[in-house]
Design a protein around this ligand. Structure first.
Ligand code: KIV
Length: 281
């Protein structure tokens, strides 16, 4: 099966076929999402919250991201795998960003990286692109700097903020990003930005006019119960199903109903001959 390339992803802007992106953090889920046909798997730094149990994405390290990126890469065949640069891995200098971006490609097996920010990260993005590391931008609600944005809030709601988002998107396009995530941006503004740039916009809480959509997989499958953003559509609610299955397992273990004969590796009969020869009761 042919793996989607960054160019294939970017070219979808002109074909008009919308892009489906989901987050992934391990090989078995990556395999399921890939088999279902997701175009790209983002190893998001949301890893920190939905998998590692932190309250924010801030503590996530490069080592953790690479560990999970490698697992996702091994599980995916067709999807483009994108590694999310964690806080502190690209802010110090362009050189630091290039070093870490290259690690995502060489050690994590990713095809590209994503990083948050607008004009202020353009030098960094340019250095990465020049070094051969494809970059996806991320504008609007940027969780790594959510504190400075006044929390997890919709961005670009007034004229000045809308102008800045549009200028940031154009600046990212000019330094060579292959795509831009727009998070928690009013739908009409996301539509304007989508028309203004030549690379695909991937919306999350940004309305239907983007060139594609991304969701945190654990949110859309009902696996992360702690906090569900209002823009998430829960396609299935797996948490109660898992709880029900686990409760049934516990009660069957306690009652002895599990394991049944078909769950044993050899039947009592098959083994009885050998048992006879053992000198234990
Ligand atoms: O970390 C993440 O999962 C993300 C997506 C929500 C875009 O950045």
């Amino acid at each position: 099966m042919k793996t989607l390339t960054v160019k294939d992803f970017r070219d979808r802007k002109s074909t008009g076929q919308r892009l489906s992106v989901l987050t992934a953090y391990d090989a078995s889920m990556a395999r399921l999402l890939d088999n279902a046909g997701a175009d790209a798997l983002l190893v998001g730094d949301s890893l920190g919250m939905v998998v590692l149990g932190y309250d924010s994405t801030m503590p996530v390290t490069m080592e953790q991201m690479l560990h999970h990126a490698g697992a996702v890469r091994r599980g995916a065949q067709r999807a483009l795998v994108i590694g999310d640069m964690p806080f502190g891995s690209y802010q110090i200098s362009a050189e630091q960003a290039v070093r870490n971006g290259i690690r995502f490609l060489k050690e994590g097996g990713c095809a590209a990286v994503k990083l948050e920010g607008g004009a202020e990260v353009c030098d960094t993005v340019q250095a990465l692109v020049r070094a051969g590391v494809p970059v996806m931008g991320h504008l609007g609600l940027t969780p790594q700097t959510a504190g400075q944005l006044g929390g997890f809030k919709v961005q670009g709601k007034d004229l000045a903020a809308a102008r800045k988002l549009l200028a940031d998107a154009k600046a990212l396009e000019a330094v060579g990003v292959f795509s831009i995530v727009l998070e928690a941006v009013p739908a009409p503004l996301a539509a304007v930005i989508t028309r203004a740039v030549s690379v695909p916009t991937i919306g999350i809480g940004a309305g239907p006019h983007c060139d594609g959509q991304v969701l945190v997989t654990n949110d859309m499958l009902g696996l992360f119960e702690k906090f569900i953003p209002s823009f998430v559509k829960q396609y299935v609610n797996l948490a109660p199903e898992i709880k029900k299955a686990v409760q049934q397992y516990i009660s069957e273990v306690e009652s002895g109903a599990f394991p049944a004969p078909e769950h044993s590796v050899a039947s009592e009969e098959e083994f009885s001959r050998l048992l006879d020869e053992l000198s234990y009761p």
